[in-house]
Design a protein around this ligand. Sequence first.
Ligand code: ZN
Length: 152
Amino acid sequence: MGLNNLRSLYQTLVLDYASHPRNNHKIENADQTETVHNPSCGDTINVFIKLNSDQTKIDDVAFTGSGCTISQASASMMTVAVKGKTIDEALEMTKFFSDLSIGKEVDDKALAMLGDAAVLTQVMQFPARIKCATISWWALEQALLKKGQEND
Ligand code: ZN
């Protein structure tokens, strides 16, 4: 895909997710929640995770929060990407997203796992906005790791 096509896909998807956010609500009986702030832009993302009965898979994931278009669209894309995944897969995807956001290459399988969220790596061109794209993934990672610690 050419760079111009990727740019316009990025703009289209970010606007679509920002105006029609997926999974943008609280989960009242969540197994884990996490809130992350991005002081440099003023974004706040709250992540809610509901696990399956043996605590290995993300049955449901949602977010609330406020902030710029990129932070809200990224949170929405993240919830779509990780819903139904195992905790291990979701942590792996967090690593893929983080690698992409710092300009590392990842393979096609990783890009396919990230789905629409992969397009947000276009934000690398705007270093000041990278945090806006990554905070929802940080919140997810921290919530999932916190869960593991509680089990120990
Ligand atoms: Zn932001």
